[in-house]
Design a protein around this ligand. Structure first.
Ligand SMILES: Nc1ncnc2c1ncn2[C@@H]1O[C@H](COP(=O)(O)OP(=O)(O)O)[C@@H](O)[C@H]1O
Ligand SMILES: [Mg+2]
Length: 212
């Protein structure tokens, strides 16, 4: 990806690759006038864009799709910071609480969603499908939940899909700042879930296998 060409294409004065995601998608932050925009390129980005348009329509906080084409989209900046960024130690318990509160808000949306989760299980609630630390935003001033992104797998599904993937995100090597498995249990309990529910290892293994 030539970031200079991309900057010129969208009349941006500056373009910098974002290396936070782990999906293999190309994400580039563009500065245009006073705005910050995000360009995402991936063969599966159309599903992400379709769901962002739908989720924005519900009023739930997420990036707005400003432009899109074959295998790419341009979105507005979601305010806040993603939960995988380094947070001051004193803020981390509040960030964990915000991650749990945000998931409760998402699952409280009316279940009239046109998309189905790719994961098996009951179609209970609107699930994110990749509710991991880098995809969840928190306001650094208020420490409240600020929104979600990366929702190509959003759809009606079992609430434990999201609980499992956040437990996995908080337990693994990628987000040690929260304290590992005990923090994952704190998150599940704060949500109101059972941290020992067998669907947690079940959906984690399915996600790892990629076979669903
Ligand atoms: N519209 C946006 N507003 C703010 N940050 C964004 C936006 N789009 C992407 N990002 C940043 O880029 C990272 C990677 O984007 P994401 O859509 O999650 O791609 P991936 O599929 O590679 O994980 C996000 O975790 C976030 O930090
Ligand atoms: Mg992501």
């Amino acid at each position: 990806m030539d970031v200079e060409t991309l900057a010129a294409r969208f009349s941006a004065r500056n373009a910098e690759p974002v290396l936070v995601g782990h999906s293999g998608a190309t994400v580039v932050r563009l500065r245009r006038g006073a705005e910050t925009l995000y360009y995402k390129e991936d063969p599966a980005v159309g599903a992400d864009a379709d769901r962002l348009v739908w989720l924005s329509g519900t009023g739930f906080p997420c990036p707005r799709v400003l432009d899109r084409g074959d295998g790419w989209m341009l979105t507005s900046e979601l305010p806040g910071r993603d939960a995988s960024q380094p947070w001051p130690a004193a803020d981390r318990p509040h960030v964990l609480a915000a991650i749990a509160a945000g998931l409760r808000e998402l699952h409280a949306l009316p279940p009239d969603c046109p998309f189905r989760s790719p994961f098996p299980g009951s179609a209970q609630v609107v699930t994110h499908g990749d509710y991991a630390a880098p995809n969840v935003f928190v306001d650094p001033d208020t420490l409240r939940f600020a929104g979600v992104l990366d929702i190509s797998r959003l759809g009606l599904g079992d609430r434990y899909v999201d609980i499992a993937l956040m437990v996995k995100s908080l337990s693994g090597r990628l987000n040690p700042q929260y304290g590992g498995p005990p923090a994952a249990r704190t998150f599940a309990t704060a949500y109101g879930a059972d941290p020992d529910d067998p669907r947690i290892p079940y959906y984690t293994a399915l996600d790892d296998s990629g076979d669903f």
